[in-house]
Design a binder for this molecule. Structure first.
Ligand code: NAP
Ligand code: ZN
Length: 347
């Protein structure tokens, strides 16, 4: 076994604290990785605090992992020692169901194996995430990080980046399309950068006016504060696509009214309560309400290569591991510009 150290939550009420544990001995198809940076996703906080139902503890969160390869198994040819690599939200899937065969492992019929708060297939050993110095991952779930992207700014692409790229591509964001992003946080700011790079006309819908200048700098064409009632009148029937990254309660019917004929609103944020939607909000304007979960491995590599080509990375604040609990509080208060990334050398 490989000795690893990290930060873990011992239970849903406890702050994260230093923790030592074991990683599996690498098998023939495995890649062993020295983790350099790991982003803090709001999903880490939801799971540590059991906001989505029961979690498994102790939990080492983290699914925005960037590092370098320290060793590879006998059957690994795609990666070599020293390669710059990433790991996102999943580390395995059944690999034979219809979604898996279509490179959509995140929708695996048996359920994808999460990078943490999940059980390894076969052994049923709990998986542990990237707030740690080492990880061992099957080669099919390891991504290559383009040479021109810094590892710290690239780490959050592994969740925030792909979670926005996938729906933007699926719903064909591009020239001539009006796209709105609700919530300028970790996911939202990547939505702005990626939709802009794809050539769409991008609007940010933020709950205050505070992030106006940032939104413009990130590539937004328009910015509206949703605290202003005028916003919903001005933007009535405007957008082809609205991507909602917020997990706080919203007036969904009000946001649906901003879609033009045949427009789609895509749910990314995960509130702890069911979504209240009136039928008229959908049938008037033949509107759709859909959801999207991260992205498959093939598309994640495509997104990383796209970011390499366009020089897109995340806006980050790098923190030492000792500040994780403080960072959680700041994420909850929307006081992050725009992703915390843990410098793993500080563990
Ligand atoms: P985040 O950085 O905390 O961003 C959320 C944003 O929501 C905030 O920056 C803020 O933007 C807005 N917001 C916060 N409180 C609000 C309130 N009371 N009213 C209205 N807006 C509010 O979180 P994140 O890491 O981007 O994650 C967002 C959500 O997506 C989480 O629920 C996470 O679990 C989920 N997620 C889903 C997937 C997926 O595959 N679908 C993947 C990763 C994460 P403004 O200040 O601009 O309003
Ligand atoms: Zn995430």
């Amino acid at each position: 076994m490989i000795q690893a150290k990290g930060y873990a939550a011992k239970n849903a009420k406890a702050p994260l604290a230093p923790f030592t544990f074991e990683r599996r001995e690498p098998k023939e198809n495995d890649v062993a990785i020295d983790i350099k940076f790991c982003g803090i996703c709001h999903s880490d906080i939801h799971q540590v605090r059991e906001e989505w139902g029961r979690s498994a503890f102790p939990m080492v969160p983290g699914h925005e992992i960037a590092g370098t390869v320290s060793s590879v198994g006998a059957k690994v040819t795609k990666f070599k020692v020293g390669d710059r690599v990433g790991v996102g939200c999943m580390v395995d899937s059944c690999r034979h169901c219809e979604p898996c065969e279509q490179h959509l492992e995140q929708y695996c019929k048996e359920g994808m194996t999460g990078t943490y708060n999940s059980l390894e297939r076969g052994t049923k050993i709990p998986t542990q995430g990237g707030y740690s110095d080492k990880i061992v991952v099957d080669k099919n779930f390891v991504l290559k990080i383009p040479a021109n992207l810094p590892l710290d700014g690239a780490a959050p692409l592994l969740c925030a980046g792909i979670t926005l790229y996938s729906p933007l591509k699926h719903w064909k964001a591009g020239p001539g399309k009006k796209v709105a992003i609700i919530g300028l946080g970790g996911l939202g700011h990547m939505g702005v950068k990626l939709a802009h790079a794809l050539g769409a006309d991008v609007t940010v819908l933020s709950h205050s006016s505070k992030k106006h200048d940032d939104a413009k700098r990130l590539g937004a064409d328009h910015y509206f504060a949703t605290s202003e009632t005028e916003t919903f009148k001005t933007l009535n029937s405007t957008f082809d696509l609205i991507i909602n990254t917020v997990s706080a309660p919203l007036d969904w019917n009000q946001y649906l009214s901003l879609l033009k004929l045949d427009g789609s609103m895509v749910v990314l944020g995960i509130p702890d309560k069911p979504i209240p939607v009136g039928a008229f909000s959908l049938i008037g304007g033949r509107r759709s309400l859909s959801g999207s979960l991260i992205g498959g491995i093939k598309e994640t590599q495509e997104m990383l290569d796209f970011c390499g080509k366009h020089g897109v990375t995340c806006d980050i604040e790098v923190i030492p591991a000792q500040k994780i609990n403080e960072a959680y509080e700041r994420v909850i208060k929307s006081d992050v510009r725009y992703r915390f990334v843990i410098d793993i050398s500080t563990l």
